[in-house]
Ligand binder design. Sequence first.
Ligand code: 5GP
Length: 181
Amino acid sequence: MKLLMLVGPSGVGKGTIVRELRKHRSDLWLSISATTRTARANETHGVDYYFVTRSEFEKMIAADELLEWAEYAGNYYGTPAAPVQDHLKDGDLVVLEIEVAGARQIKQRLPDALDVMVLPPSLADLRSRLELRGTEGEAARSQRLQLAQAELAAAGEFSYCINNDTIESAIDQLLPLLPAQ
Ligand code: 5GP
């Protein structure tokens, strides 16, 4: 089973790592999560996320359609189980970009999953990344920074931590950890 969880605070650069990793791993398939968060201007339904209502999300929970789910900054986020199972069966390298609470659930359900936390070089760096990204207002940004501190405090729970100081170094740290193609 080739399942990689990339865990780490919002803004740490998990998305950039996955984009870069694709160049090295043609077997990579990125799971598309469901969320109740509002889409950002540059996001597309069915590509970045499945944007759903709270009641639609709660129906997915009730129908046991999610491999894991969590509430983060007032919104639900979850991984639809069926596509993950299909791609694992096909032998793909399945990648989940998730936060800590969801990662804990995956570790319980699928103990063979590879769990990697992505660390920012510093909190100040994370703050400036979130500012540069410009996708949240001041209040949401400081909430995400607070949540980031709690997430980083859980780093010891993960099998591996990689430091995202530059994308090249993050990829160099990640590639040797991955199951063979
Ligand atoms: P954002 O709103 O910045 O897109 O995501 C907020 C946080 O939720 C990020 O840490 C992101 O990785 C995480 N996240 C995205 N999708 C999922 C998911 O399906 N499950 C869980 N548990 N977290 C997710």
